[in-house]
Design a protein around this ligand. Structure first.
Ligand code: HEM
Ligand code: HEM
Length: 241
């Protein structure tokens, strides 16, 4: 991230180099979406927000929406400043709208897992995943609101925006990384449940491999988004050498 990205990075159209860097992230985002759907629909029986006899279908909505929301749509929103060959204002609106969709999907995904817990008589918020998860979705909502107020409506003064934008970019990347970390904990927890009684899923079986592989793709997606966003600044370390 450039300190003066508001001035320099956004007004210039995305460079070819940036496009190539974001391409890897786009491909990983598509792969993660396909893999999580394959898991939840093909192996876990599908998705439903309402079910009388199979509450697991309500749970299945959770990983799909958490991946599609803050991670895939959120990742695309972060990349869009560098990947969309549009005018500055259009990229800003795309960034805002993609994050809004990511937040809405994430909120619905968290609602689904609470609904699943309540209807199945399982306690809420007992795990590390759920604690980090609540923090993640809350910070994501906070980041969106702060971004909206500062850069869209009513909008802060140009001087305040200039001071706020590097903080917005760093905090935004941190929230994104937190979402990726939360998803890792979630995949691990769910697979551990499935490998225990009553299902006792085989440790090296197809489904276990699929879940681990999906989690790996999500990890790589996180790395790709961060690498496509940060600016490596060699001049910063001159005084040390
Ligand atoms: C959860 C929501 C959000 C997250 C995670 C987020 C994250 C980020 C990140 C990581 C960047 C740096 C992008 C880059 O360096 O290429 C950025 C830039 C920016 N974001 Fe957000 N953002 C969010 C919401 C918003 C909203 C609602 C607005 C309102 C318009 C906004 C306005 C901006 C602006 C103006 C920039 C600077 C882009 C530039 O001039 O280069 N963001 N955001
Ligand atoms: C950004 C991503 C994610 C967030 C913010 C998130 C958030 C949450 C929250 C807040 C809960 C607690 C619900 C309650 O206590 O009633 C929860 C539960 C759960 N989530 Fe996630 N989740 C995410 C991704 C995932 C993924 C990808 C999986 C993979 C299967 C997953 C699996 C689970 C499981 C098994 C539970 C129930 C057990 C528990 O409460 O820890 N989550 N999640």
């Amino acid at each position: 991230m450039d300190m003066d990205m508001e001035v320099k990075g956004a007004s210039a159209p995305p460079s070819k180099k940036a496009d190539a860097r974001t391409l890897v992230a786009h491909l990983l985002a598509v792969a993660a979406t396909v893999l999580v759907l394959l898991w939840c629909v093909h192996f876990r029986g599908g998705l439903a927000l309402r079910s009388l006899d199979n509450k697991q279908l309500i749970f299945n909505v959770h990983p799909v929406l958490m991946l599609l929301g803050p991670i895939v749509l959120g990742g695309e929103a972060i990349l869009c400043y560098r990947s969309l060959p549009l005018a500055r204002d259009a990229r800003k609106k795309a960034h805002l709208a993609l994050h809004a969709a990511g937040l809405a999907a994430g909120a619905l995904g968290v609602y689904a897992v609470f609904k699943f817990h309540v209807e199945s008589g399982i306690p809420n918020l007992y795990s590390l995943h759920s604690w980090v998860g609540i923090a993640t979705i809350s910070l994501y909502a906070l980041q969106w609101t702060a971004g909206f107020l500062a850069f869209f409506f009513p909008g802060a003064s140009p001087a305040t925006r200039r001071r706020a934008v590097p903080w917005h970019a760093v905090c935004g990347l941190l929230v994104f990384v937190l979402a990726v970390g939360t998803a890792k904990l979630g995949f691990l927890e769910k697979l551990t449940f499935l490998q225990g009684p009553p299902l006792r899923l085989p440790k090296y079986g197809a489904e276990a491999m699929l879940v681990n592989f999906t989690a790996l793709v999500v990890l790589l997606l996180g790395v790709a988004v961060v690498l496509a966003t940060v600016t490596i600044d060699g001049t910063r370390y001159n005084t040390i050498m």
